[in-house]
Design a protein around this ligand. Structure first.
Ligand code: SAH
Ligand code: TMP
Ligand code: ZN
Length: 404
């Protein structure tokens, strides 16, 4: 049993996906012997109910200079961030507002903020991703966000009216350091807005592949409300988002500065009625994963025996969990197509499936393709319409294994 990273309470494990490599550590063909493995397991704190990994992976191992993920690979996400920018800017003070983004990556959101003429700054430790943002004319502090960085930014720029973060706060096991930084930097009436995969959607879709090294926390409205209170803040709004397989946007403010919206109470009531963070709901995730582990490799072996060619689509971080947990290597999935330049030409972490550019998909089309990037299904299936038209079939495994 491990200790809760928020309250120190006992964390009871409810699912383990065995030894796993770092989910974004794609390997060069010559370097396959040197990968870092850890035991990937997820549990729930019996005291504060926060769902979390039982063991953090050191952050310097995950977010390195060559961290390959790029926000702007998806057209849908680019639209999402443009819309988000418009919504966020509506609620800023009139004179010279200041926006800070934690985990800005290549500037998916900040590009729009900057284009709107709003003073802004990103914080992201991954050197190459931050460099891509700088190329777009954005200012980025290449560091892990925390109290020290926040104090320096405040001294140089003054307080932030908005601190925003997407798909990053759930990656940071030391949330106390994040909130200490937010406390330093945020203006008295400012907002801290963050959006991350929502526990309710992970469970509803049985999306066990959301459990990766980088996803340290699985936020629910109840657990986040309690955590931010512990750190001296108040949860004042929540909004469900349809991206990345289902996320929640949390808006946090200093206590008493903003009246909590009705959406917060409604979400809390829904979570209670569902028994969302109850052990029985959580155990279903492990059962769903076991079913996929029984069915997906069996399907792939059958197709191989029939002489079919199977590829993968989207060398996602999530696919590391699926392929390593299910024992799916290049013998079952010949290659994976992915549009991210920093992944192409390398092998998937742990399972060593070659990653190829999207152009390789039609050259010639495989008979079947496992849709690893299931959270981008519409965009990818529309883009790759020719695959279906030529008789190809998609294999999906969320929420269960099926062929379409
Ligand atoms: N916000 C983008 C990128 C998400 S990937 C999007 O939603 O698409 C997560 C990013 O957070 C990575 O670029 C990583 O380098 C960064 N990151 C991880 N830990 C961080 C920390 N402690 N402070 C700031 N950025 C961090
Ligand atoms: P994500 O699920 O973490 O966003 O990762 C999606 C991966 O899929 C990322 O490596 C980029 C890749 N991808 C494609 O190859 N083609 C596409 O059309 C999209 C949207 C993503
Ligand atoms: Zn706890």
């Amino acid at each position: 049993m491990s200790g809760c990273r928020i309250c120190g309470g006992p964390v009871h494990e409810f699912a383990c996906f065995g030894p796993q490599p770092l989910s974004d550590a794609f390997v060069a063909p010559g370097d396959v012997g040197a990968e870092y493995f850890f035991r990937l397991a997820v549990g729930r704190c019996a005291r504060c109910r926060m769902v979390q990994l039982t063991e953090p992976v050191p952050r310097e191992k995950m977010f390195r200079h060559d961290y390959p993920y790029r926000s702007s690979q998806s057209a849908r996400m680019r639209r999402h961030f443009d819309r988000t920018c418009r919504a966020l800017l509506r609620d800023l003070p009139g004179t010279d507002p200041f926006v800070v983004e934690i985990g800005c990556n290549d500037g998916g959101l900040l590009t729009a903020v900057h284009a709107a003429g709003v003073r802004c700054l990103g914080v992201d430790p991954s050197v190459q991703a931050a460099g891509a943002a700088a190329v777009r004319g954005l200012r980025v502090v290449t560091e892990f966000f925390g109290e020290e960085t926040a104090a320096r930014v405040r001294a140089a720029e003054g307080p932030a009216d908005l601190i925003y973060s997407a798909n990053t706060i759930s990656h940071i096991d030391d949330l106390a350091s994040v909130f200490a930084g937010v406390d330093r930097l945020l203006a008295p009436a400012g907002r801290f807005v963050f959006e991350d995969p929502y526990l309710g959607d992970v469970l509803a879709r049985s999306a066990f592949d959301q459990v990766i090294d980088e996803h340290f926390y699985f936020f629910a409205v109840g657990s986040v409300r309690d955590a931010v209170r512990r750190f001296g803040f108040e949860l004042v709004d929540v909004e469900a988002l349809p991206v990345h397989g289902g996320e929640m946007r949390f808006t946090v403010a200093r206590p008493g500065r903003r009246r909590p919206s009705a959406a917060v109470g409604a979400a809390l009531a829904r979570e209670d009625a569902l028994g969302l963070a109850e052990p029985a709901s959580l155990r279903r995730l492990a059962a769903g994963a076991e079913r996929v582990r029984a069915e997906l490799p069996a399907l792939l072996r059958r197709l191989r025996a029939e002489g079919r060619v199977v590829a993968g689509y989207g060398a996602t971080a999530k696919s590391a969990t699926v392929t390593n947990y299910c024992g799916i290597g290049p013998d079952l999935v010949a290659f994976v197509c992915d549009s991210t330049p920093g992944k192409q030409g390398l092998l998937t972490p742990g399972t060593h499936i070659p990653v190829r550019p999207p152009e390789a998909f039609a050259d010639p089309y495989p008979d079947y393709a496992v849709l690893f990037a299931w959270n981008h299904a519409e965009e990818i299936m529309a883009k790759e319409r020719g695959f279906r038209e030529s008789g190809g079939r998609w294999i999906r495994y969320v929420p269960d294994v099926h062929v379409v």
